[in-house]
Design a protein around this ligand. Structure first.
Ligand SMILES: C[S@@+](CC[C@H](N)C(=O)[O-])C[C@H]1O[C@@H](n2cnc3c(N)ncnc32)[C@H](O)[C@@H]1O
Length: 333
């Protein structure tokens, strides 16, 4: 058989890779999941929005949201970049206008927060200062987390941009912070022993030496979702479940309500559900809302979060060790 190398390459590109696990929606699924979405046109009580996805423009919804019901507010707004979200474009604006836009909904969202709530807001390096400026008008600034995404587009005349900032605010001086729930399991480079030859602050896991360390404000253990991961969707700026798991475990307790006003493909809601929290969220795009609903159904059966195993967050490139740890736990049972 004669093979035309150009054709075969194009054909190969068209075929979805064998291990591509990207979540997609059939027409029937869209019909089904659409019926679960809600729209608000009058003020409602807490029960009407808890564990629900509101498919509307945030700015048309805020006035109808209940007061004082959110323990953790996670916000991943469109960054100040021209970007297509399915059928809509977010247009890059002057930084001052971006601040006005941030303020237009952040100032109003304060009413939904409980007194002891925490607030996390994501941004890129360019809009990070705007988030700080607007957020610190209303909340107490606790920290700025820098997430090294790893993936980024190379630049010829600038440094490649592969970080994002996540500002951590609280509504008052009292707030939840479960530091022991978010330990990072790292490989030990210098395995010191005490005078009795016992490991000093580290443990052996199936031949590998690890230490569970307190989490810092630099997160370099989390990759962006990619096509071979079961959590991946076609959303262009989907956040990783592992990132949300850290925030939700640290800053909320079981049964608390986690709210996301720019829900996208539903990562916040899905992780909240997997970790025994309640959720609520707003998303303007119906297709993304349906993807979120599909993920929520899947989360009923499969509660795993990639990279979070055994009650700890694992360093990058430790999948083999995580699998070994899981199977030895299963054997012990
Ligand atoms: C950065 S993405 C959030 C991604 C999300 N964290 C995830 O993991 O999939 C921002 C989302 O905000 C939505 N959005 C933009 N403007 C909106 C508005 N006015 N009201 C509600 N949603 C909006 C976009 O459709 C987009 O899905």
């Amino acid at each position: 058989m004669k093979i035309n190398p150009i054709c075969s390459k194009v054909e190969m590109m068209k075929k979805p890779a064998k291990l591509n696990r990207t979540i997609k929606l059939s027409k029937e699924e869209i019909e089904n999941y659409r019926s679960r979405l809600i729209r608000l046109n009058e003020p409602v009580k807490i029960n009407a929005v808890v564990n629900k996805i509101i498919n509307q423009d945030l700015l048309n919804v805020i006035d109808f949201l209940p007061e004082d019901f959110v323990d953790l507010l996670f916000i991943d707004p469109p960054y100040n970049l021209t970007k297509k979200f399915n059928e809509r474009f977010f247009k890059k604006m002057d930084l001052r206008d971006y601040e006005i836009w941030l303020d237009s909904w952040l100032s109003k969202l304060r009413k939904i927060l409980k007194r002891n709530s925490s607030i996390y807001i994501c941004g890129d390096w360019k809009s990070s200062s705007s988030i700080f400026k607007v957020g610190s008008e209303y909340f107490k600034v606790r920290n700025r987390i820098t997430w090294e995404r790893e993936k980024g587009r190379g630049a010829k005349s600038n440094w490649k941009n592969c970080t994002e900032d996540i500002w951590f605010f609280t509504n008052s001086e009292t707030y939840t912070f479960n530091v022991n729930e978010v330990k990072l399991r790292r490989r030990v480079i210098a395995p010191y022993k005490d005078e009795l030859r016992n490991p000093k602050d580290w443990q052996m896991e199936d031949g590998a030496k690890f230490r569970d360390t307190s989490p810092s404000n630099i997160w370099n253990d989390i990759s962006v979702p990619f096509w071979s991961m079961p959590e991946n969707t076609e959303h262009p700026t989907q956040k990783p479940e592992k990132l949300l798991a850290k925030i939700i475990l640290a800053s909320s307790n079981k049964g608390d309500v986690v709210f996301d006003p720019f829900l996208g493909s539903g990562t916040t809601a899905v992780v909240a559900k997997k970790l025994g929290r309640k959720f609520a969220g707003v998303e303007i795009d119906e297709h993304y809302c349906c993807l979120a609903e599909k993920r929520l159904v899947q989360a009923e059966i499969d509660k795993r979060i990639q990279g979070y195993e055994d009650g700890v967050f694992w360093e990058r490139n430790t999948l083999i060790e995580q699998v070994k740890s899981q199977s030895s736990k299963v054997k012990q049972k």
